[in-house]
Design a protein around this ligand. Structure first.
Ligand code: NCD
Length: 308
């Protein structure tokens, strides 16, 4: 059996077995808390800190719900009102918070690599979970996307998946590729305008297809990404109407995918920019299912890292 994880900062290089164990655990959590009402006492007495230096709706809320459903105490560190705004160094903030006896720190930061920095500086006994660092990794999103796909299309070896949009700035795309390729998906297509595509050398396991109409042909799942303007240089900013014409997912494009293709998006969605409203809200959309799975995946990760 692959060893139990202490921290989760990336899915890169995680063995397939570990990823499958986390997905299986998430399914077990889902069954155990039928309709999300029941609590499980796995983490009673444990304290988890949400340390978000970037905005978040889904990820922060679902980590909080996940921790509470497992019986842990949750502290939300509000950066806006914290001494981080008075210039306190990250490590001083960390050590101050650690002195309050935490078991896990869930961190989101605009600088890639921050969670690993925290792992290096954290006191022993504290687990670090990455809730998104720069454009590098968003491991729980990668896991929840893999779980959502597995529920509908478990035959990963024969799956075709397109990830489309601002791949260059997307930590979600990176973690999705890591999860899906570890699980055996061989046909992963990355699609977007050249200015928003990463270096091909970073993704040797993927096919780069610039034309969205070709990229979506016959795929079983399409993962749409938001234009992450906050991470873009001014020169990378595309004209939104032109972008939608070339890279927006509408019903005509979706018809080119395999019948019943899963439509996914990590949120927040920008209607009419990367996805048409009728597709986002349509019968093939799994977007809200992804959100629901996010809670179970985060329960699974917290359980893996913190259960005694
Ligand atoms: C993503 C993120 O913050 O990386 N959102 C999320 O966690 N659900 C993607 C995004 O912001 O576009």
């Amino acid at each position: 059996m692959s060893p139990r994880l202490r921290h989760l900062t990336t899915l890169e290089h995680l063995p397939r077995e570990t990823i499958e164990r986390l997905l299986d655990r998430a399914m077990a959590m889902r069954d155990a808390c039928a309709h999300g009402t029941r609590k499980i006492d796995l983490l009673a007495g444990r304290t988890v800190l949400n340390l978000f230096f970037e905005p978040s709706t889904r990820t922060r809320t679902s980590f909080e719900l996940a921790a509470r459903r497992l019986g842990a105490d949750v502290v939300n560190f509000d950066i806006g009102f914290s001494s981080a705004n008075k210039g306190e160094e990250l490590y001083d903030t960390l050590h101050t918070l650690e002195a309050m006896h935490l078991d896990a720190i869930i961190v989101r930061h605009k600088v890639s690599g921050t969670p690993d920095e925290l792992v290096r500086h954290a006191m022993s006994g504290v687990s670090v979970i990455n809730a998104g660092d720069g454009n590098r990794a968003h491991p729980t999103q990668g896991l929840l996307d893999a779980l959502t796909i597995r529920q509908h299309r478990p035959d990963f070896e024969n799956l075709s998946v397109a990830i489309c949009g601002d791949v260059k700035h997307s930590r979600v795309a990176r973690s999705d590729v890591h999860a899906l390729s570890a699980l055996g998906v061989r046909d992963i297509r990355l699609c977007g305008p050249a200015s928003l595509m990463p270096d091909a050398a970073e993704f040797p396991q993927c096919r780069f297809v610039e034309d969205f109409d070709r990229a979506i042909e016959g795929v079983d799942a399409v993962i749409m990404l938001r234009l992450q303007k906050e991470r873009m240089a001014q020169t990378d900013l595309p004209d939104e109407a032109a972008y939608f014409r070339q890279y927006g997912l509408d019903t005509t494009r979706l018809a080119k995918a395999r019948k019943g293709c899963l439509v996914m998006h990590p949120g927040p969605i920008n209607r009419g920019i990367e996805i048409a409203s009728d597709v986002a809200d349509g019968a093939q959309s799994r977007i809200l299912e992804q959100v629901g799975n996010g809670v179970f995946i985060r329960m699974a990760v917290l359980g893996e890292l913190l259960a005694r």
